[in-house]
Design a protein around this ligand. Sequence first.
Ligand code: PLP
Ligand code: COI
Length: 340
Amino acid sequence: MTEEIDWASLPFGYVPTDYNVRCVYKDGKWGEIEISQSETINIHIAATALHYGQELFEGIKAFRGKDGKIRIFRLEENAKRIQSSAEGIMMAPVPEELFCKMCKMAVKLNERFVPPYGSGASLYIRPLEIGLSPRVGVAPASEYMFLVLVSPVGPYFKGGFRNTNICIMREYDRVAPKGTGRFKVGGNYAASLRAGHHAHELGYSAVLFLDPKEKKYLDECGPANFYAIKDGKYITPASESILPSVTNMSLQQLAKDMGIEVECRHITVDELSEVSEAAACGTAAVCSPIGEIDDLDTGKKYIIAKDGKPGPVTTALYNKLNAIRLGEEPDVHGWNTLVE
Ligand code: PLP
Ligand code: COI
């Protein structure tokens, strides 16, 4: 019962809801949308998703606005990215229209799980696609399932909008230089688990990965992009091994709207000594401010937040982004999709 959910203290986790929606690709076309109440799927023991990692996903949030309406943030951008990910690991792309329709359906059907305005929580939408066909030789499937589940969630990093510390460790790579880093595929996350676990054991919230080729430039920050504020500019890594984050793209636009210059470029580790703010950004992370970055290999500690508080630019970006998503401020860029 939703009456039992303490919305304000929800963690970022799975909460069972009423329905999920599914669609199967077979004989070269997508079939009928199925509404399901089951939390499980029945698939072939030799499915490519199980053996060769043909799995990809997305992450989107829906919010209950000040006016009581439900808004999904930048749905079309995720529809585009899921197609790029599908191309990346040779899966059938989900058409944009089908993607948007199923996400909206999943939200509408589970409307009672959309957290109330003011709770700080949101409804996380998790679309995923898997290869169904049995294969023992390494080859793509010819049948796929696309599924959308939802879960009410709270902040990704414990404590919400407050500084956390991260670390640099050169002993792990998340992806290969020309590998699958720019696609949102399950394999990338499996490859990041050991590094993430090690960092958590040492008390850090995430690993700041370096570029996998030269280990010279900053790359991804755990399951999020990274940005910093240097000389008043918003700087963020340009790299072919990072996921093009919809949140980062949005924050860049908001920064420009505030008159802040944006640079997408290589950022060296040394530059961290010259930044006034740093943050991890993503759908789950929003923009999570970083207090300190410890380079575990050189022993150097980069103290970003000298006063221990989130910086002014990150605070302003966070507030602006939330105000747009909650319908408190005009959606001038047309980022919200209303669920009627
Ligand atoms: N990078 C990685 C590895 C991620 O998993 C995510 C989360 O989706 C992001 C970046 C942020 O992307 P977005 O802002 O589109 O959620
Ligand atoms: C997201 O931010 O949507 C993510 O996918 C990050 C993580 C929870 C996998």
